[in-house]
Structure formats: structure tokens, C-alpha cells
Design a protein around this ligand. Structure first.
Ligand SMILES: NC(=O)C1=CN([C@@H]2O[C@H](COP(=O)(O)OP(=O)(O)OC[C@H]3O[C@@H](n4cnc5c(N)ncnc54)[C@H](O)[C@@H]3O)[C@@H](O)[C@H]2O)C=CC1
Ligand SMILES: O=C(O)C1=N[C@H](C(=O)O)C[C@H](O)C1
Length: 271
């Protein structure tokens, strides 16, 4: 027990935070040592397991991230962009592995993560599942094989509480398609069509977002040509697959040199 990687989960009361705490507690390869929520949250000072409606875990929810990180080996962080940037600086200070699932970060926030990655081992992915990471490889392959007569559209669907669009996964798939085509996504990205948009530009990669009910996460990459359509699809039916990927990443990161990594590195699928 003593040598197992010690893990802190941030955003403890969130949909992913709870799933992560359950996954870490159930694992025999790591141990839960901290649970962080934002100041003022009514879980602060209470046992994380009891807060989730289960048995006591012996881990009190706290708002003191630095103190929790100081005695941990990794933090798993699925919160919000501004919180993740703060946690990155603290994880770098504590020299621990920072696994980031948070999506919706802008360029300035990503630059701060890169700065933190000079001192911390950061593993970040918009989707921690094996299936989606495999799908990025397939997307790049199909995009490379087809010419621009095939229009690429990425369609994603999520629950009605999701705050960012396109999803982190959709952007990963878009990046993969752009790489396959040998272009920069920023140059061909077309999201949020509404009104008189003019006809589709050949070579664009389009994004559409559906929000409703309790959809966990569904992604289609559509290659629409004349007379045929190819659709690559991933459907998540259980959030535990993201949590299992994140825990695997936290363990994989132990002893790695500081820097920025992704799930392709963790899964051994990087080029
Ligand atoms: N990469 C992946 O595989 C996945 C990524 N996500 C991403 O994870 C993030 C969280 O998703 P959900 O759990 O559904 O959201 P949620 O809204 O249920 O949970 C977020 C939690 O973070 C907490 N939080 C916010 N600011 C904080 C701070 N400064 N300190 C401590 N806690 C703070 C909130 O109080 C909340 O409990 C989103 O960006 C989502 O897109 C979600 C699922 C999979
Ligand atoms: O917010 C979510 O729920 C999810 N977010 C990630 C994303 O933005 O792609 C991953 C997953 O689809 C669920």
C-alpha cells in the first residue's frame, strides 16, 4: 500500500470527480489521498465517500490544493479551464504528475499549461478513452486517403450541462483530420453555422454540436463525397471509461520527465 501512487482528485463533487474518486478507490494500483473542491462548496470538511452517498473513504474534501498536492504523486483534474491553469502551477510547484481532462481551454490558458510543463509531467487529452484515441488514428488515415472532394464534418452530442463547444473530443478529431489532409485546423475550421453562411468552402472541416438530456458523449466523423458517405463513430455509454483512462495516465506518468504528454503516449499509440 505504501508505495502505490498517491492521487488527489480535483472537482470532487462533479460528474467526473465522483467517478474518478470511485475508480481510484477501487483500484489496487493507486490510492486516493485527497479530494479538492472550490472554496465555499458544502462538501468541504466532509468525508468524500459519505458525500457521494457511500461508505467513508477516510479522505476529507478540502479547498487547499497546495497542501493536498504536497503529499501526493499525481492530481487528476477534470474541472474548468481557469481552475486547471491554477492547479497546473501548483502541481509544477509540488513536482507531481498532472492529468488534465478539462476541455474548453483557450490559447492563453494552453500557453500557461506549456509553461507549467517545464516542471511538471502533464498528461492532457480531451478524451481519455482508448476508443476515441484509436478513432483519431483512423480519422487521420481516412482523411489522408481521401481528397478534398470528400467534405469532413464532425458531429458531437453531449448532455445538457456541458458548457463548451465544440467538445474537446471533436477538436481532437478535427486536428487528426487536418493532419491527415496536411493542413492546419485553424485555417479550415468552420463551427457554429447560422443564417446566410454562404456555401461550404471546399477543404473546410465543419463542427456541429448537439446538447440534450444525459448523453454522455457521442462523436461522428463524416466524410461526405458524391454518391457515398463514410462515418467513423464513437459512443460513450459510461463515464467510467474516461476515469479508467485518467487513472492509467496518472500511473504511467510516475517517473516520467517533465513535459506535455497525451493519451496516445500513455496508450503506446504515438507515432
Ligand atoms: N478528457 C475527458 O476524457 C473528459 C473530459 N471531461 C471534461 O471534464 C470537465 C468537467 O466535466 P464534468 O465533471 O462533467 O463537470 P462538472 O461541472 O460536473 O464538474 C466540475 C467540478 O469542478 C469543480 N470546480 C470548478 N472550479 C473549481 C476550483 N477552482 N477548485 C476546485 N473545484 C472546482 C466544480 O465545483 C465541479 O464540481 C469538463 O471540461 C469536461 O468537458 C469530461 C469527461 C471526459
Ligand atoms: O463534458 C463532457 O461530459 C465530456 N467532455 C469531453 C469532451 O469535451 O469531449 C469528453 C467526453 O465527450 C465527455
Amino acid at each position: 500500500m505504501g508505495d502505490l501512487p498517491k492521487i488527489v482528485v480535483t472537482g470532487a463533487s462533479g460528474r467526473m470527480g465522483q467517478m474518478l474518486m470511485k475508480t481510484v478507490s477501487a483500484s489496487d494500483k493507486c490510492t486516493l489521498v485527497g479530494a479538492i473542491e472550490r472554496s465555499g462548496h458544502d462538501w468541504i470538511g466532509r468525508d468524500a465517500g459519505l458525500c457521494m452517498g457511500g461508505g467513508a473513504l477516510g479522505v476529507m474534501v478540502s479547498d487547499d490544493a497546495l497542501e493536498a498536492f504536497a503529499s501526493a504523486d499525481a492530481v487528476i483534474d477534470f474541472t474548468a479551464p481557469s481552475a486547471t491553469v491554477e492547479f497546473a502551477a501548483l502541481a509544477a510547484q509540488a513536482r507531481i504528475v498532472h492529468v488534465i481532462g478539462t476541455t474548453g481551454m483557450d490559447e492563453a490558458e494552453l500557453a500557461k499549461l506549456t509553461a507549467a510543463g517545464r516542471h511538471a509531467t502533464i498528461i492532457r487529452a480531451g478524451n481519455m478513452s482508448l476508443g476515441v484515441n484509436l478513432l483519431t488514428k483512423l480519422t487521420r488515415m481516412v482523411a489522408a486517403a481521401l481528397d478534398v472532394d470528400y467534405d469532413i464534418e464532425i458531429i458531437e452530442a453531449h448532455h445538457n450541462r456541458k458548457v463548451d463547444a465544440p467538445s474537446g473530443t471533436a477538436l481532437m478529431l478535427g486536428e487528426a483530420a487536418a493532419q491527415g489532409r496536411g493542413v492546419k485546423l485553424a485555417d479550415v475550421r468552420d463551427s457554429g453555422r447560422d443564417g446566410i453562411t454562404s456555401a461550404r468552402q471546399q477543404g473546410d472541416i465543419g463542427f456541429s454540436a448537439i446538447r440534450g438530456g444525459d448523453i454522455i458523449g457521442e462523436h461522428d466523423v463524416l466524410f461526405a463525397g458524391e454518391g457515398e458517405r463514410i462515418i467513423l463513430r464513437h459512443v460513450a455509454s459510461d463515464r467510467s471509461l474516461f476515469a479508467k483512462g485518467a487513472v492509467r495516465a496518472a500511473i504511467w506518468g510516475q517517473g516520467r520527465a517533465p513535459g506535455e504528454y497525451d493519451m496516445l503516449d500513455v496508450l503506446g499509440l504515438a507515432d
